[in-house]
Design a protein around this ligand. Structure first.
Ligand SMILES: [Zn+2]
Length: 281
């Protein structure tokens, strides 16, 4: 561990800064989602388009967030979903985990994978975070870590794991936040990925959107107590505009607690260099 406070980076897929009209933007309802309201009120706008035409997408956006490179400009367009080979190579070569390990810092990806063996991750459906994690650590947090509360499932409560044979207890979003804080306190840098916001946005289903945001709101209620530097941002907008089911061109929020120099960055590809400057001091 370094002398700098530990950094917890919570990546929320498909969360933009949108209208103040609750009929368009469910996040504008501050009474329903007080913690998300607080998060957004203390965020600065962060550019996810990176000067490349078209709507920003997940594969290139996440690559930019985790490598500090303008991935869509380098590849020539915004690419959705899972990274193709060229983008994968960029992530393998330039991801933040490998950069931190190279300067002697500790880091981890807190998400749990419901498997015993990393060989079971299908290569074609490996997300940017999975590629970065496998490259840097040669493995992921699996079943045993989850059962010991040393990993957080992407849906926070483990409900989605029921379909996959998990018969352990469901947990609350608050408990998931406690588990995440526990891991973050043991590492210089911890990443957690929440992508149900993007799925809910694409579904266009108001009930699904509302339930997803409520869960996330409760999660942040506890995460705000984290003593280190909490960073929250996204790869593109989506859930903040229920009038469309696609991504949006809105800026995404950048929330940073405990350290103000990071909040001066303007674009999603500037975050990794800023984190490295902060943490490698
Ligand atoms: Zn995305």
């Amino acid at each position: 561990m370094s002398n700098v406070a530990p950094i917890l980076f919570v990546f929320v897929d498909g969360l933009g800064l949108g209208s103040s009209d609750p009929d368009v933007n469910p996040l504008a309802d501050k009474q329903k989602f007080p913690n998300l309201g607080k998060l957004l009120a203390h965020s600065v706008p962060f550019d996810a388009s990176l000067g490349v035409p078209g709507l920003p997408q997940s594969a290139t956006g996440q690559a930019a967030l985790l490598t500090g490179l303008n991935a869509p400009a380098l590849i020539g367009r915004h690419i959705e979903g899972f990274p193709p080979p060229r983008l994968k190579e960029l992530v393998q070569e330039h991801n933040i985990f490998s950069k931190l390990l190279a300067v002697g810092k500790t880091c981890t990806f807190a998400n749990a994978y419901w498997l015993d063996d990393v060989a079971h991750i299908p290569a074609r459906r490996a997300s940017v975070t999975t590629v970065a994690t496998l490259t840097a650590f040669g493995g992921v947090r699996g079943k045993a870590d989850l059962l010991a509360n040393r990993a957080v499932y992407h849906d926070l409560t483990r409900e989605k794991l029921r379909d996959r044979g998990y018969d352990g207890p469901l947990i609350t979003p608050e408990e998931a936040a406690d588990h995440l804080i526990g891991l973050a306190n043991e590492h210089d840098f911890t990443l957690f990925e929440f992508f149900q916001t993007d799925h809910a946005g694409h579904s266009g289903d108001p009930e699904h959107i509302s339930q997803t945001l409520e869960k996330l709101d409760r999660f942040f209620g506890v995460l705000f107590r984290f003593d280190g530097v909490l960073i929250v941002t996204s790869d593109h907008g989506n859930i903040e505009d229920i009038s469309v089911r696609t991504h949006t061109a809105n800026p995404v929020p950048l929330f940073v607690s405990g350290q103000t120099s990071l909040a001066a960055v303007k674009r999603i590809d500037q975050l990794v260099p800023a984190i490295l400057r902060l943490i490698a001091r």
